[in-house]
Write a protein that binds this ligand. Structure first.
Ligand code: T4K
Length: 402
């Protein structure tokens, strides 16, 4: 255990971890079951195009979430593009800037303007009051993001959508296995979109899905994800290729069977971090609510530089040098990335909470690859920095790292 500042790797010490600890190491279920499913698919010689594994995956996801329809896709971004297009969105759509860039890109890719909206400082999800202010005659929809698996204020957003006659969709990329007021995420709004990317709580290597209770919307999405084919030689709609492969569905089914044990592992990690980081001034972990289901996939730390005595970025540099590859999701905010920054250079003026949050958030490693001992060691590094903030800052300044 390191007890002195000079032992920190950034100042010449040996890294705390010999191998890199990443945020987003894949959670992998029972490998034997996975390989058995893949062997069966190879024997059948049916590798994609609505194969039996994809059908089973869709059925079981719909059942798990409690919705009428699940349409599996090749990734979450294409699923979002198809969901928004099938929902008839155009003009302007209100989205948070505090999200992965894919939420905005899925719109811009279709010449729909993402209008960036501010968030609630506690939940990091869309602030309904800001949403109301952003509605214009060109607005056709709202996309809330259940960031970190914390649910949006679905009731308030629903009221606004109804009053203003807007479509309401949710980016549920982080939120598989999570609930809002006891109801599983996946059934809110007109449709919700999951990501099953390798780094997500539940993965299909690459993958995603749209879930909805709207029969017509589901039928349109099914057509769109398969070039608009309604049968052999019969194209009745404009479409693209959004299909999930059988190998991805094999991974998905295997991941789905591991959900309970993954949640248990992640919840223990979260509790371990809470305990190990307790009382460090100016730092706090995002609160997962006990009365809701959560997947605990993200350990989200906020560093308030004024109170902590060190900045989020100083901590990031120090942890990286120790081979703890913490991530500052979603810095610097979509509105500061291209093409949005050039299109709306002053967007930040309307996003004070986002602008402040992107400087404070740090995601720490968790998942199956991380356990109690690693968490203790990561936390001790953070405690060492906190206890010696002034000296750490002086040394970092000398290194021109801050
Ligand atoms: N909406 C939201 C809110 C999202 O967060 C995302 C995706 C989407 C929509 C779009 O869904 P998809 O189209 O992706 O299905 C990652 C992921 O690539 C991205 O899927 C995810 N959000 C985002 C939050 O995180 P990066 O740039 O951090 O990815 P990457 O490749 O650097 O992976 C992070 C770390 O994970 C690596 O440093 C190492 C580790 N890793 C990664 C992969 C791919 C592994 O250990 N094994 C792996 O196979 O964006």
């Amino acid at each position: 255990m390191k007890t002195k500042v000079e032992q920190l790797s950034i100042f010449g010490g040996t890294p705390e971890f010999a191998d890199k600890l990443h945020v987003g190491r894949p959670n992998i279920g029972d490998r034997r079951l996975l390989l058995r499913r893949i062997q069966a698919a190879l024997r059948r010689g049916w590798l994609t195009n609505n194969g039996p594994l994809v059908q089973e995956f869709e059925r079981r996801i719909a059942e798990f979430v409690g919705v009428r329809h699940c349409i599996a896709m090749c990734n979450g971004t294409v699923a979002m593009e198809i969901a928004t297009r099938a929902s008839g969105l155009s003009g302007e759509v209100i989205v948070p800037s505090f999200t992965f860039i894919a939420t905005a890109h899925a719109l811009q890719w279709q010449q729909i303007t993402p209008v960036f909206c501010d968030i609630d400082p506690e939940t990091h999800t869309l602030d309904p009051k800001s949403v109301e202010r952003m509605v214009t005659p060109r607005t056709t929809g709202i996309i809330g993001v259940h960031v970190w698996g914390r649910g949006c204020d679905v009731d308030a957003l629903k009221r606004i959508a109804r009053k203003r006659k807007l479509k309401l969709l949710f980016d549920a990329a982080h939120a598989f296995g999570c609930s809002i007021n006891g109801r599983m995420i996946g059934g809110f709004g007109n449709a919700e979109v999951f990501s099953f990317h390798a780094t997500k709580f539940m993965n299909t290597f690459e993958g995603g899905a749209v879930t909805t209770n709207d029969d017509d919307l589901a039928a349109t999405i099914r057509l769109m994800k398969n070039f608009g084919f309604a049968g052999y030689d019969n194209v009745i709609y404009i479409g693209t290729n959004g299909k999930m492969s059988e190998i991805s569905a094999a991974m998905g089914l295997t991941s789905l069977e591991a959900v309970d044990s993954l949640i248990c592992h992640n919840r223990n990690n979260y509790a371990e971090y809470l305990e190990a980081l307790k009382g460090i001034p100016g730092t706090a972990l995002l609160n997962y609510q006990d009365h809701e289901k959560s997947n605990y996939q993200y350990i989200v730390m906020e560093v308030d530089e004024g109170k902590a005595g060190f900045s989020r970025d100083a901590l990031l540099f120090i942890l990286h040098a120790e081979n703890v590859i913490a991530r500052r999701y979603f810095f610097p905010g979509c509105h500061r990335m291209e093409p949005y920054h050039s299109l709306f250079p002053h967007a930040g003026m309307l996003l004070p909470v986002t602008e402040s949050l992107v400087k404070r958030v740090l995601c720490l490693p968790t998942g199956r690859a991380i356990g109690r001992r690693s968490i203790r060691r990561i936390s001790e590094i953070i405690r060492l920095v906190s206890g010696n903030a002034q000296e750490v800052n002086e040394r970092l300044r000398r290194l021109k790292a801050i």
